[in-house]
Design a protein around this ligand. Structure first.
Ligand SMILES: O=C(O)CCC(=O)C(=O)O
Ligand SMILES: [Fe+2]
Length: 360
């Protein structure tokens, strides 16, 4: 009988998250909306249950696995390149994971919302035949569900920010060109590495997400957060049937710093899970490209007021900059690395001690 990976270990410390019930959000339940607001402003991460996308998520995982098994040269024909374009394939080692230029260990299959909605007409690019064939049956249904979930959550945050109805929706128009993207991520089994290397090494470097809301699906551990006021990276435990949602920089900026875009990263899955390849899946909702990134509500702190004054340009420009300087091909020292940063508190990335997160 095929033995799958073991469950996330009981004795590895984890960071708790609010569990938000999407079916209650959908019904307009006021108490659940309050809890979503707390989750979004305190850590900017929460579990989402009853989101109704499980089948679509499974189909995406299966497509992602089939794609990742293609020979490397076939995947490389669709590589995203060093100019800040972020659709297609990203090979392992093509992003830097820290300011020293350490190579990341993740492969991405990134499919643009715009290409899927306009299919078979390419908007940004074309994809390998097995991906293109799956657009109507796999990608489109997954994206429709993900967009619906993220837009329902945005509507609640819009209300809690006391913005005029539809304000956030108007900045995330599905028909407009945007960086909205589905991503399947693979990391290889972490065999033959010392315990120390496993505990220290980020497979996907510390970052905040670039857009507004991320709808993430984890099976194995590996995702960690650096919670405000702490110095230790903590694992987020995957819970079957629960998505993980998190806020990105754009929403942090729109909200004048009220809604939190928290730093996170991916390290080796803990303990026995490390021997298995890790797949995760995300849909990133981002403002459409022409939207100017600026606060819509009064800045909530001196820090936020300071950042509010910096010109961040449009959502499209923000994405290109963040991506371009993350690329190994553009790396030439700490300066180029820091040029890719968004709202990350860079000093904390360097200072945080990863050891405690894995548990002795
Ligand atoms: O794989 C994960 O759990 C997280 C991936 C992630 O943070 C990202 O792609 O932005
Ligand atoms: Fe992320």
């Amino acid at each position: 009988m095929f033995e799958g990976p073991p469950p996330f270990p009981d004795d590895v410390p984890t960071h708790p998250l609010f569990v938000i019930d999407y079916s209650l959000i959908d019904q307009g339940d006021e108490a659940e909306k309050d809890r979503l607001w707390q989750a979004a402003t305190q850590l900017g991460f929460w579990y989402l249950k009853n989101h109704g996308a499980e089948l679509e998520v499974e189909a995406m995982f299966s497509l992602g696995r089939t794609f990742m098994q293609l020979p490397l040269h076939e995947k490389l024909a669709y590589e995203e390149g060093d100019d800040g374009m972020q659709f297609g394939y990203k090979a392992a080692g093509y992003h830097t994971a820290d300011e020293h230029g350490t190579l990341d260990e993740t492969e991405f299959l990134d499919v643009a919302k715009d290409d899927v909605l306009a299919f078979p007409e390419p908007v940004h690019r074309t994809y390998p035949p097995l991906v293109a064939d799956a657009v109507p049956t796999v990608l489109l249904p997954f994206m429709r569900k993900s967009l619906a979930v993220n837009h329902a959550l945005l509507a609640v945050l819009n209300e809690k920010l006391e913005l005029e109805e539809g304000t956030l929706a108007a900045l995330h128009q599905t028909e407009e060109k945007s960086g909205c993207v589905s991503r399947v991520i693979r990391t290889p089994p972490q065999t033959g590495k010392s315990k120390e290397a496993l505990e220290r090494q980020a497979l996907l470097g510390a970052h905040t997400d670039f857009g507004s809301l991320s709808f993430l699906h984890n099976r194995l551990g590996g995702l960690q957060v650096l919670a405000p006021g702490t110095e230790d990276w903590m694992y987020i435990k995957p819970i079957p049937g629960h998505a993980i949602c998190n806020v990105g920089d754009a929403l942090n900026i729109f909200s004048g710093g009220l809604i939190r875009s928290n730093m996170h990263r991916v390290v080796s899955p803990p303990r026995a899970q490390a021997q298995y390849e890790r797949y995760s899946l995300a849909f990133f909702t981002r403002p459409h490209d022409s939207v100017v990134l600026q606060p819509l509500v009064h800045a909530s702190s001196a820090d936020a007021a300071q950042t509010a004054q910096e010109d961040k340009g449009t959502a499209g420009e923000w994405l290109v900059r963040r991506l371009k300087y993350l690329r190994t091909g553009n790396y030439h020292g700490v300066e180029s690395y820091t040029a890719h940063l968004g709202t990350e508190e860079y000093d904390r990335i360097a200072q945080a001690q990863p050891d405690a997160a894995v548990g002795a």
